[in-house]
Design a protein around this ligand. Structure first.
Ligand SMILES: Nc1ncnc2c1ncn2[C@@H]1O[C@H](COP(=O)(O)OP(=O)(O)OP(=O)(O)O)[C@@H](O)[C@H]1O
Ligand SMILES: [Mg+2]
Length: 118
């Protein structure tokens, strides 16, 4: 298994959590179904976007909808403003790729200037 992690700073907790779940679910699926001989995990920030990629050379055929794992990941990634892409053809391995903005949530944080109703 090869890891390529190119991160220099901590990210929004919600983004880090989503990235953790992407890698965790992808590796769990690989262990359960892929029969892979090689696995790569990559993480990098490019243009304020975190890219998480987990790729295997196994049997392929991953689809969202069969179980709750991949659909749950897509929901979680979309909830932080990102998107999840699943590329999986029979016999051609599987790539799970998530893109998440690293700055959006910070700008949505309360600023302390909210007016609370009396
Ligand atoms: N890396 C992979 N290689 C081959 N098949 C995969 C891979 N990942 C997922 N699959 C296939 O896609 C299906 C859907 O995966 P998903 O994670 O959504 O559900 P699950 O793992 O079956 O159930 P759950 O995640 O809810 O425990 C799996 O049942 C499996 O058939
Ligand atoms: Mg699963």
């Amino acid at each position: 298994m090869v890891f390529r992690i190119d991160l220099t700073a901590r990210l929004e907790p919600a983004i880090e959590a989503a990235a953790y779940f992407v890698v965790s679910e992808a590796l769990t699926n690989i262990a359960k179904y892929a029969e892979a001989s090689a696995v790569e995990v990559e993480m990098a920030v490019q243009a304020e976007t975190l890219i998480v990629r987990v790729c295997d050379d196994g049997v392929g055929g991953a689809t969202r909808g069969k179980g709750s794992g991949l659909q749950g990941l897509a929901d979680r990634v979309e909830a932080v403003g990102g998107r999840l892409e699943i590329t999986s053809r029979r016999g051609r391995g599987t790539t799970i790729r998530a893109e998440m903005p690293t700055s959006v949530l910070a700008s949505l944080r309360p600023t302390g200037q909210h007016v609370h109703p009396a």
